[in-house]
Design a protein around this ligand. Structure first.
Ligand SMILES: Cc1ncc(C[n+]2csc(CCOP(=O)(O)OP(=O)(O)O)c2C)c(N)n1
Length: 517
């Protein structure tokens, strides 16, 4: 069989049976092979950033990689921002980038560029497949490396002639790595810190944001002068009633420092020691309080559950952690203007059980986490790498990974416009995604950052670069143009009605929530 067929068979055998794609001429044999390998689901996206973000959302929820098919350097380049977010989420992704045929590269045809350089920026593993017979093994290796641990983006560069030539046989899945066992020295250090009676903070991230593991951390903290914090932008946090309610470390350095103040020990569990998102004149980059000792209990390649178990067994039986109880806010009054607070309470009142929230709500979403802490159990996915334009693709991929679960995409208007094409893929795939656009008509956070970096007050020319009012974006029309039913809400009552209906209707729909400022 030809390389492309063997590649698809190998991917499917390795558990990679979904491919988000935006192909071109050099990938036509991969596309043609879809008919011969019906186990592979091809999902068309109209921009590469949608394909890469969807693969990230898929991986965070399915806990296995999807493939992404991209067209040479420019296609990969368009997908890089969301591969960056995927890398930060430690999501396993198998990226296949088509390239010119091996003998064609010397001619410097228009689409020729340095794909390897681009790929290395966001991938933990990159290989250029040079022979059709070796392509299936290269693909099996890509899958194994994507799984890690840690999960990572593995990129296979695929010349067109390697894909179209005959002589390949599917390869068997390669073995992925094994998580590292706990470091006994650090385990003892952490146990000593917890016994000392000094204030201890746990900072959890990565796999420690998952139900079960979080409660293990909660059990270590319970009954002691210890608190549990979560990294600012977790890849996947399982939260809501019956789970440990963890405070997320604030985005603003000053607030994060207040959360960490007074700690004698900070135990990081699959997270990095806290640093400020950006540098600000006169403010610290490292947010760890003076004199606080940082203990790295488990990193991304480590067995997080085993590390926590090891501390628990040194300490012996402890207290039972308090879990969040089911407690929702009431719906706001119907005539209330649609402020960020009214929006948060409405979402808190209506969030369905087992929902998956893709959170790119940004400033208008400030109160939503608080308003949903006691909602029925749900998953929360966030902007891990700070590259906006992730939320709608992420929601698409999560919905493809989890049929039967409702996805709620909380999406700020500015960020929505980076990858709005995701709406079309949602419609085409009948994905159960409810999109709420938080239309504050502004790059609001940058208005705040303008002041925080100490730039001049910001005259009308500067402020106009952060203003989205002229012309006003019409998300109802944009959504309709891509096949989604859509409505606009201007009051709390309108939002409650429209969101309630959208959440109860199969398939995707959009509500544009016009935020009162
Ligand atoms: C890929 C990328 N480009 C640019 C930025 C810089 N940036 C950060 S926030 C922001 C505007 C966000 O506006 P919006 O999504 O509407 O949220 P709001 O601040 O209004 O809450 C921009 C452009 C970024 N983070 N990532």
């Amino acid at each position: 069989m030809n390389g492309a067929h063997a590649l698809l068979h190998t991917l499917v055998a390795g558990g990679v049976d979904t491919c988000f794609m935006n192909p071109g001429t050099s990938e036509m044999h991969f596309v043609a092979a879809l008919d011969g390998v019906p186990e592979m689901r091809g999902v068309l996206t109209l921009f590469e950033g949608v394909a890469t973000g969807a693969a990230d959302g898929y991986a965070r929820m399915a806990e296995r990689p999807a493939a992404v098919l991209l067209h040479l350097g420019p296609g990969l380049g368009n997908g890089v921002a969301n591969l960056h977010n995927a890398r930060r989420a430690r999501s396993p992704v198998v990226t296949v980038v088509g390239d010119h045929a091996t003998y064609h590269k010397q001619f410097d045809a228009p689409l020729e560029s340095d794909i390897d350089a681009l790929a290395s920026n966001v991938s933990g593993w990159v290989r250029r497949s040079m022979k059709t017979e070796e392509l299936p093994q290269d693909a099996a290796d890509a899958i194994a490396h994507a799984y890690g641990p840690p999960g990572q983006v593995a990129t296979l560069i695929l010349p067109a002639d390697v894909s179209w030539s005959d002589g390949a046989q599917p390869a068997r899945p390669a073995r992925s790595g094994v998580a590292r066992p706990p470091d006994e020295g650090v385990v003892d250090e952490v146990a000593r810190a917890l016994r000392s009676g000094e204030p201890v903070g746990f900072l959890v991230g990565g796999r420690a944001g998952r139900a079960g593991v979080l409660e293990q951390v909660g059990a270590l903290a319970a009954g002691r002068p210890a608190k549990v914090l979560c990294e600012t932008f977790p890849a996947r946090l399982e939260r809501g009633a019956g789970r440990l309610d963890v405070e997320r470390l604030a985005y603003l350095g000053e607030r994060a420092m207040a959360q960490l103040e007074g700690l004698a020990h900070l135990v990081v569990v699959d997270a990095v020691s806290p640093v400020s998102f950006f540098a600000y004149p006169g403010k610290p980059s490292d947010l760890v309080p003076d004199g606080c000792r940082v203990h790295r209990l488990a990193g991304p390649a480590d067995d997080v559950g085993a590390a926590l178990d090891a501390v628990a067994s040194v300490l012996g039986p402890g207290a039972v952690p308090t879990l969040a109880s089911l407690e929702r806010p009431g719906l706001p009054d119907g005539d209330d203007p649609l402020t960020a607070d009214v929006l948060a309470r409405t979402i808190g009142a209506l969030l369905p059980e087992d929902a998956i929230v893709s959170d790119e709500a940004n400033t208008s979403g400030l109160f939503i986490a608080g308003a949903t802490a006691g909602a029925p159990p749900h998953d929360w996915l966030t902007l891990t790498g700070g590259a906006i334009g992730m939320g709608l693709p992420l929601a698409t991929g999560a919905a493809v990974a989890c049929p039967g679960r409702r996805v709620l995409a909380l999406e700020a208007d500015g960020s929505a416009m980076y990858t709005a094409q995701a709406l079309w893929t949602m419609a085409r795939e009948s994905a159960d995604v409810t999109v709420v656009i938080l239309a504050n008509r502004s790059y609001a956070i940058l208005n705040m950052e303008l002041r925080r970096v100490g730039a001049a007050a910001g005259g009308p020319r500067a402020r106009s670069m952060l203003d989205l009012r002229d012309p006003e974006l019409d998300f109802v029309s944009l959504a309709a143009g891509m096949g989604l039913p859509a409505t606009r809400a201007r009051t709390g009552g309108e939002l409650a009605d429209q969101l309630g209906r959208a959440l109860a209707t199969p398939g995707p729909s959009l509500v544009e929530a016009v935020i009162s400022r």
